[in-house]
Design a protein around this ligand. Structure first.
Ligand code: G3P
Ligand code: MG
Length: 353
């Protein structure tokens, strides 16, 4: 039905604006499309299915590679979404590949965190699930967790004897990446405290902390439940509070994702590349967008980020997610508040003619 070259057929004159869509609470709740999102996205294509308006998804969520997320969104929303249009909280982790390419790094979170990192080019990455299996008794509660998988003969794809030679429990963990929301907070906080307090060698003496990276710092987000759910920022607070109470040095970490202006600047660069003639116009001049629209549901993340990044960002707040107010948000007021994403796209298309 769709071909990958169709995105390149955008007429250059229509590229003076672009759109970044938040996902959770704007496009989807759980796996359910909301707010007329599928219809809204279809309006960004012409009758033959060619993209008319450059757009990306700028989500703090993640847990699967961008290509897989694009395929899932294509199915749910009935428009052809390319991997290059999906920017997730963990997408900036690929910029750290050079630093850790062959070092042992641990990936935490729901979905396929180690696959995400391997696809970015990290060559020696284990999920915390796999890693914890190499340490007997590291989680004293494991016997009560009837959902956990038991250790099988498959050690990260290696036969048992080879896995023993390369036993990750005797290798120093050089960095920890929180790729997506932690599934088992108690086990993850325990194992992360072990890694981070010992210089990356659980069970050994206290040593300096390896770097810790979070894909986002969202306190909460909107899922299917009527009120917000605890996000990665809540997990960070739990880990940090416990770590700082137990060990002599305070926890050091770096958080990516919105509201960091760098996430919005990445979106701008990606939007330029969505259409080759935008980034490489024939007259040789670098294209700049007149307006970039951020459509989000979370005032302190989506709207704050767009506002702090400044021009050319214009923020649109929907009422389908974290924000449920009648007027505008007090601390992080958006340039426009609408009921849902369909109204937002309607406004943009009318304004841009
Ligand atoms: O876990 C995802 C959540 O924290 C935010 O996702 O799409 O609203 O940025 P999104
Ligand atoms: Mg959201």
């Amino acid at each position: 039905l769709f071909s990958s070259h169709q995105i390149h057929s955008l007429p250059p004159q229509s590229s003076s604006f672009g759109i970044a869509f938040d996902i959770d609470g704007v496009i989807l709740r759980g796996n359910i499309p909301i707010g007329g999102s599928s219809r809204a996205l279809q309006r960004l294509y012409d009758d033959s299915g060619n993209l008319r308006i450059p757009y990306v998804f700028l989500t703090n969520g993640g847990g699967v590679p961008e290509s897989k997320r694009a395929a899932e969104l294509t199915k749910l929303l009935d428009v052809n979404i390319l991997a290059s249009q999906v920017i997730q909280g963990h997408s900036p982790f690929k910029q750290l590949v050079k630093r850790y390419e062959n070092e042992l790094v641990i990936a935490v979170g729901k979905g396929e965190p180690a696959t995400v990192m391997s696809e970015y080019g990290f060559k020696n990455v284990l999920s915390v699930d796999e890693y914890a299996m190499y340490f007997e008794n590291i989680d004293p509660l494991v016997q009560y967790k009837n959902w956990t998988q038991k250790l099988t003969g498959n050690h990260n794809g290696l036969p048992r004897e080879m896995a023993a030679i390369n036993d990750p429990s005797s290798q120093r963990v050089k960095a920890v990446f929180i790729v997506s929301d932690s599934v088992d907070w108690s086990r993850d906080i325990q194992v992360l405290c072990d890694i981070l307090s010992t210089g990356g060698l659980p069970g050994r003496e206290i040593a300096s902390q390896p770097p810790l990276y979070f894909a986002n710092d969202d306190l909460s987000y909107q899922g299917l439940f009527p009120t917000e759910r605890l996000g990665m920022g809540a997990f960070r607070i739990a880990l940090e509070s416990i770590f700082n109470r137990i060990y002599p040095n305070v926890l050091k970490y770096t958080s990516y994702g919105k509201p960091n202006p760098s996430a919005f600047r990445t979106a701008e660069n990606v939007l330029m590349q969505v259409v080759p003639q935008v980034s490489h116009p024939e007259n040789g001049k670098q294209h700049t967008f007149k307006t970039l629209y951020m459509i989000g549901d979370n005032p302190s993340v989506d709207i704050r980020g767009a506002r702090e990044t400044g021009s050319p960002w214009f923020s649109i707040l929907t009422r389908t997610g974290v924000f449920k107010g009648e007027k505008n948000h007090d601390n992080h007021p958006a340039d426009l508040v609408v009921d849902n994403v369909e109204q937002a796209v309607d406004y943009i298309l009318r304004k841009e003619g």
